[in-house]
Ligand binder design. Sequence first.
Ligand SMILES: Nc1nc2c(c(=O)[nH]1)N[C@H]1C(S)=C(S)[C@@H](COP(=O)(O)OP(=O)(O)OC[C@H]3O[C@@H](n4cnc5c(=O)[nH]c(N)nc54)[C@H](O)[C@@H]3O)O[C@H]1N2
Ligand SMILES: Nc1nc2c(c(=O)[nH]1)N[C@H]1C(S)=C(S)[C@@H](COP(=O)(O)OP(=O)(O)OC[C@H]3O[C@@H](n4cnc5c(=O)[nH]c(N)nc54)[C@H](O)[C@@H]3O)O[C@H]1N2
Ligand code: SF4
Ligand SMILES: [Mo]
Length: 725
Amino acid sequence: MTTSVRTHHRTCSLCEAMCGLTLAIEGDRVVSVRGDEDDPFSRGYICPKGPALAALHDDPDRLRQPLRRTSSGWTTIGWDEALDEAARRIHEVQRAHGRDALAVYVGNPAVHNLGSMLYGPSFLRALATKHRYSATSVDQLPQMLAAYLMFGHQLLLPIPDVDHTQHMVILGGNPLVSNGSIMSAPDMKRRLAAIRGRGGKIVVIDPRRTETAAVADEHVFVRPGTDALLLAAMVHVLFAEGLVDLGERAPLVRNLDALRDVVLPFAPERVEARTGIDAATIRRITRELAAAPTAVVYGRVGVSMHPFGGICHWLVDAINLLTGNFDRRGGAMFSRPAFDVVGAPPPLGLGAGSFGRWHSKVRGLPEFGGELPVATLAEDICAGGDPSIRSLVTLAGNPVLSTPNGPRLETALAGLEFMLSIDFYLNETTRHAHLILPPSGPLEHGHFDVAFHAIAVRNTVKYSPAVFPIARHQRHDHQILVGIERRLQDLRGASAATRLEIRLRERLGPERILALGLRAGPWGFGGGLRQGLRGISWAKLVAAPHGIDLGPLGPCLPARLPRRRGGVSPHIDIAPALLVADVARLRAELDADMDHPFALIGRRQLRNNNSWMHNVAKLMAGKPRCTLLVHPEDAQRLGVCTGDSVRVSSRVGTVIAPVEIDDGIMRGVVSLPHGFGHHRTGTGQTVASAHAGVSINDLTDEQRIDELSGVAVFSGVPVDIEAVS
Ligand SMILES: Nc1nc2c(c(=O)[nH]1)N[C@H]1C(S)=C(S)[C@@H](COP(=O)(O)OP(=O)(O)OC[C@H]3O[C@@H](n4cnc5c(=O)[nH]c(N)nc54)[C@H](O)[C@@H]3O)O[C@H]1N2
Ligand SMILES: Nc1nc2c(c(=O)[nH]1)N[C@H]1C(S)=C(S)[C@@H](COP(=O)(O)OP(=O)(O)OC[C@H]3O[C@@H](n4cnc5c(=O)[nH]c(N)nc54)[C@H](O)[C@@H]3O)O[C@H]1N2
Ligand code: SF4
Ligand SMILES: [Mo]
């Protein structure tokens, strides 16, 4: 008997690129995964992680049923019992000690999951704790803060129009490996080659000559953590040399004089020593940018998890404005997504944002968008106080490996009264939980990129149905979230209206909510009656398994800017007071002492996905990748060769890692990838444990933050290095 082969088209949910996959399925097995040539966005491109979804699906280590920790180890329990217990434990701690006695951490994959995107916000609102944390504060927080302060909405993130620009400056991003971030763009190699093909230019500014730098026209080494000085000098040059031209967006821009005044001390000659970039190069780069017919500056994690992350992202946006490249073809533009997280009201969207409504209890770091910086989680747990954090919920996160000073956080986790993890792996973080609730895997639920369509370089829309149904003993993320929410509100004796609303949402499911959002969005009735009648509907989406192309990004200001508080009309603040005030800190940097031993930076690798996907044997095959890159001259000074072990020590810890000599890394800078460190005991990831590596976050320092935004600083952690004899 032969079983027939079915074909499924699906968007890969692992990174932001949203590649279309074509899967061949035989029975309950994936027999092949290829790039979908008919996907209008990715046109057949995939990276090696896409096909690994098949192995992830089959992974025997992937959890499928709830686990409860007992004195004799983990035991499997039923879902009703597990959800009851989760809600009861949350309720008990909050009733006895107040809502803030519970903390919650949400990790990156939650943003790639339709169910948790649509059901997470109400779950978090129900928990109602001020101790909310997420991967945002080890990622794009400063970028969102700049958007909030400049444009009035935390999610109004300008996207580089790579497909039309003639000149691109990339700082702190390596899209050839990361596949683009806050710039969803499958096949960046082709897109960057096209810029050069049409006579344009690409400049990469990075402490490492990256894979992206290798395909650029010019690479400029910058000392880690000094980009804000460079960007301030570029703004200085634009004003000093009369190169400012706001173009058509001029009437929307406020506070131009304040920006000109605040960068006066940052002449290129003043910043060359600190940045390591000579003044003539800074002037030339700036002039070329201003002279290009269209241009865009793009900054990502290397200038975000940075001591001046807020200032960096502000000045990136400011330069795009000052050179007339904002909201303009070939410049920095806003998307017009079919499901519009910016336009949507709170149950569906996230709201415009907020800053500093409360502060963390030890260092007094500010809330942003309802969250505190995760660099304070361990100290917030350990500080005690009233109320002290006694319980923690983690959703799709592995903060032990992904947040600064992981070991300190582990110590804090071990002291919790109750910890619940919603995750399908027993890993470095979830091993501390008392209860693990595993959701369905990526191929087992419908997929729609609520977040990434909104930050893509082209407007497209695509829905992928589940490839496999879940077994009776499995649950989806949204079912877990709303299941706990319902039980919690029942225990609290919530109003009949609240309980009815939850039951309705529980019954609707993510697809129906998505369908409503599409009808309300800018390609539905939100775009007017005529648009609504012929626009994107659920039926059209389902009938287009490869996705629907909605065309290139287009100018959309001022319509897309929100009204400001107090009825102030929509505008762009090019010099927000909070950011201007932070420049005092940057001025002190001009003459800061430079004698630290080595500066440690991270690096992404094509076959890693943060700390997970390390349990897929195919992705881990080959030479060990968790190596410390060292410049040849530094290696000579240290007396080490490739393959030798070195001891790397920071204020917070020490790791021993093998050296890889590489002339692409700047002198005085060393680099370790993040996401490794799988040697910890009590985890359930066989393959990952066999390729343990060391965790860079055993070295990163939770005390090093951007003092404005509270984001953790990974760009340039001071370390000492010595050979291990
Ligand atoms: N030093 C250093 N540290 C870094 C970075 C760096 O560059 N350098 N990068 C930072 C960045 S940008 C980020 S985004 C963070 C990531 O930080 P985290 O989000 O905390 O960590 P991940 O490694 O992505 O862990 C994801 C977890 O989600 C689980 N998971 C996967 N899919 C699902 C799902 O659909 N549902 C549920 N419930 N769980 C799921 C996985 O099993 C895994 O345990 O790390 C940050 N940490
Ligand atoms: N293969 C793979 N793809 C991924 C991920 C993954 O783990 N693996 N993670 C995903 C996630 S969660 C995210 S947020 C994105 C991130 O996407 P990217 O922002 O493109 O991430 P990186 O590749 O880490 O690039 C950061 C760059 O900043 C440089 N850098 C470090 N410090 C400094 C500095 O002080 N100044 C400057 N100018 N540069 C500096 C580093 O050398 C590196 O080249 O990638 C996503 N895609
Ligand atoms: S680039 Fe990203 S979306 Fe595309 S196949 Fe790789 S992991 Fe998946
Ligand atoms: Mo990230």
